[in-house]
Design a protein around this ligand. Sequence first.
Ligand code: ADP
Length: 463
Amino acid sequence: MSLRARLTVWYTAVLAGVLMLFSAAVYGLLSYSLVAQIDANLDKTSADILAASQQDMRTVTPPRIQLTGNVYVQVWGLDADDEPTLITTNLATIETPFDATTLTSRERVYSTILLEGARLRVLTVPVGVAGVDQVAGYLQLASSLDVVDRARSAMAILLMSGSGIGILIAALVGYFAAKTALKPIDRVTNTAVQITRADDLSKRIPLLAPPQSEVGQLILAFNETLERLEALFDAQRRFLADVSHELRTPLTTIRGNVDLMRRMNALDASSLDAITTESDRMTRLVQDLLLLAQAETGRLPMVKECFELDTLLLEVFQQAKVLSHGQVQVKLGDEDQVLVEGDRDRMKQVLLNLVANAIQYTPEGGSITLSLRSEGGEAVLAVSDTGKGIADEDLPRIFDRFYRADPARQSQEGVGAGLGLSIAYWITRLHGGTIDVESKIGEGSTFTVRLPQAMEETRPLTL
Ligand code: ADP
């Protein structure tokens, strides 16, 4: 069932329920008050009759029917066997009790009876004789319920037809209201279908409703999703272009050198070296890409063990001194003892990537400082350099795949493919940590890795 139909059905059903309850209440109240009026009339007439006879059975006389406002009166005495015998009545045609069942009661009692096809309301009043505390007879008064019944059936017809028409109108209005309210959703659907057909993610759904309305919110959310998808597809396209580009450069070099040797008809040592270097570069690139793909999908195999980050930092420090070839000074800053949990080799890869960058982007004579501090349950590793720094506009993007702040250098020998920081970012993230950078052009950069510290009890014993 469509949403429109469901809304209409619900709306109509609720309205029908409310109308039925309301009708029942009105009908009940009307019946009650009409019968109460008749009862009051019977009561008043009986009181008048009894007052006129001074409550004495022997002098009770029913007034003429014209004087009682259509109240029929019977006076019943009791014979020697306590059987009721009709003494007098103002409705001569009927000589049986209006209601025989109540002629034994010791209390005043109201009843409703059917007499010769007519519904009557009957009041039975026990009457005594002055000075004797005993029932000597009964005064029975009856009034036709015809008016009440007619009023009741008229009201029932009115309520039923009124409710029926009301429900019908409500259903129609509800249907059209739902149709109008849901129209923008149809338009959103149509636009979405058009976008899918045209395969054009740059299209957006025009804001067909106020932004705060439900439909407005839907459109905004949908547009946001489209924006995300577009960005994702763009990134994928760029990624493919980048990978092809990165692979083409070494392949061209390899091809060129092979052609050269073929023409020379001899093996050339420098050509073979170039082929080896380029195939190594390609292997590295493919390995890095695989690692990134695994890390991003959470499938990177990782050892989970506790290790001393301070010892790892010392190892990297020694390696950094070798890598720097003495061109930059490598220093060790704070070195707190910190335990972390994770994959030691992968963390070493992160630190080496940061150190390799620092060495690469710091001119001769500069310095690099490695430090490790324990801060509020976190291990804070920092690699800072006095190198060329990173421009503000590049900072938000340097952790992106293939991003290089200085594209002119991209094909240079020894310069990475722009994957090192992405790998560092993902490995840190998989360790539950974060990586940040602060940098100033011309002054240097500081990369900070924060990792959750492992519990002290798990620290392995060192002899
Ligand atoms: P690459 O392989 O090009 O070094 P990375 O992902 O490691 O790739 O780094 C991305 C870019 O960030 C680099 O191309 C460089 O422009 C910039 N960068 C990284 N580290 C530093 C640093 N210590 N100083 C200046 N720029 C840096």
